[in-house]
Design a protein around this ligand. Sequence first.
Ligand SMILES: NC(=O)C1=CN([C@@H]2O[C@H](COP(=O)(O)OP(=O)(O)OC[C@H]3O[C@@H](n4cnc5c(N)ncnc54)[C@H](OP(=O)(O)O)[C@@H]3O)[C@@H](O)[C@H]2O)C=CC1
Ligand SMILES: CC(C)=CCC[C@@H](C)[C@H]1CC[C@H]2C3=C(CC[C@]12C)[C@@]1(C)CCC(=O)C[C@@H]1CC3
Length: 314
Amino acid sequence: MEKVILVTGANSGIGLALCERLLYEDSQLQLCLACRNMQRAEAARSALLTSHPDAQIDLLHLDVGSVRSVLHAAHKVKASNVVKMFATAEGLLTQQDRVNKDGLQEVFATNLFGHFVLVRELDSILCQAGQTSRVVWTSSSNARRSAFSLDDVQHRLGTEPYASSKYASDLISLALNRHNNSQGLYSSVICPGLVMTNLTYGILPSFFWTLIMPIMYLIRIFTNTFTLTPHNGAGALHSLFLKKTESLDPRAKYHSLTSGMGSNYTQPRQMDIDDDMSEALYVKLLEMEKSARKRLKEEDDNKQAYKKYLNQTE
Ligand SMILES: NC(=O)C1=CN([C@@H]2O[C@H](COP(=O)(O)OP(=O)(O)OC[C@H]3O[C@@H](n4cnc5c(N)ncnc54)[C@H](OP(=O)(O)O)[C@@H]3O)[C@@H](O)[C@H]2O)C=CC1
Ligand SMILES: CC(C)=CCC[C@@H](C)[C@H]1CC[C@H]2C3=C(CC[C@]12C)[C@@]1(C)CCC(=O)C[C@@H]1CC3
């Protein structure tokens, strides 16, 4: 059976670097770049095909921050592909969170909920007897228990939506393992370190980064989490794809790290998570998923009824 790897946020940064690393390892792999911006997705595909002309690279439109888009993308995947692996490498880092058109906090929806719905929607192909599949969540060192509350899983009331959403992804990975390992689906969490990408350039102006770049490389001599390049940042994602699923620790976060001289390695570190909290979040997300589906169905029914009414009145 063909191995299809679906990568979200694949048109830039760590997601694109993961695709490059995977193709370098095995140019026969079938990749599916799931992106919101199809123009950038096309540019990413062209860049990958330049270095790996024989690669099979499909594009899939996916705005992971929209439940409708997630369900539509999952429908397409189910019709055409057998996805065996799936990596999340998109993310929204902002302190000014807002409510999206699904009525959800945007950071929570983009960094966690959309992927949760996608995994659930694809479970018929990810969970197949006698086969293993995996999901890898790109979390962060910024994932902190203190930023997350079970009473406010979307972080409507707080000021650290990004840290909360990343901690929630650590919890949900543990829950997915508990619920799905017996059906062959394994979930893991990685941290890419500090990488220079559009996400970091969004924090401070790019001239500032250019100015402090020599200092960053100096700091790297003492701090192995300063991975700096997307290639290094994607190291943990890449190494997980090469590991046997049974050898993965569901309670560990796999960190991309870089030595002072720039060589890249991966190290597992235990996460500050517990089963009760992860189960409680899982149950809450299931409820939210149910009401999101119900709301979309009502919207569709209303549209249908309106169309019918227009046809009758014509
Ligand atoms: N860079 C860093 O230092 C760190 C990054 N991370 C995590 O790594 C992951 C990758 O980020 P990074 O590569 O740095 O950032 P980039 O900004 O380079 O990449 C983010 C990608 O996510 C896509 N994306 C954003 N929102 C959506 C959406 N709603 N639907 C679909 N795709 C979307 C972007 O696509 P588009 O072109 O459409 O915007 C882009 O391809 C994130 O989860 C981030 O939180 C974690 C720790 C540190
Ligand atoms: C030399 C000098 C003045 C450096 C300033 C660097 C800071 C701007 C960075 C130090 C730690 C960084 C960091 C992130 C962003 C940039 C820094 C604050 C993240 C928040 C980016 C997104 C993540 O997921 C985690 C990162 C943690 C470290």
